[in-house]
Design a protein around this ligand. Sequence first.
Ligand code: GLN
Length: 205
Amino acid sequence: MKKVGVLALQGGFVEHIAALRRLGAEAFPVRLPAELEGLGGLVIPGGESITIGKLMKEYHLVDELNRLIADGLPVFGTCAGMILLAERVFGLDQQPLGAMHVQVRRNAFGRQVDSFESDLEVPVLGQSPFHAVFIRAPWIVRVGKSVEILATLPDGHPVAAREESLVATAFHPELTTDLRFHDYFLTIVDGELEANPHGRLRTNE
Ligand code: GLN
């Protein structure tokens, strides 16, 4: 089993580590560039994207992380983590990592519905719906051709996506007991799931 780091600068990293460990993964917090070495995958948790982004700069993580992502490091970004992976963010005066060809709107659901829960169809996870917890969440405005949309809200906004070894959700899978999104990410970390050139998934058997 490969090692999976969880960026532990701010936000919900403890819950992600627990979810990954429950699945049998070797998961641990990452704060320093040297701790990125030898990872099979990285989770960027939810929290506050401005804070996490600033701390990533202060801890000199940005260049190393971008280099590793360009080399194919699987990364799973949830909520603020999705914002940081995006190539463009509406409502953020800060440069995101720009690793994933998605454009997102920060705090997209407005104040009155800051937080809500929704049962989503997520075909790559199987038939039963995924209970998704949204907390001051972003939504996806636009995706590039190589991005597969994994889940969409009833109003049509995409809220989960995958591009090659990058996975992003606008919601918090670490806050429920349903571990299917983490399991899906670990399958990518283990190299058992590949995207074909048309963006459809196939298993690598
Ligand atoms: N609203 C937060 C931000 O913009 C994200 C919220 C979350 O991660 N739950 O960073």
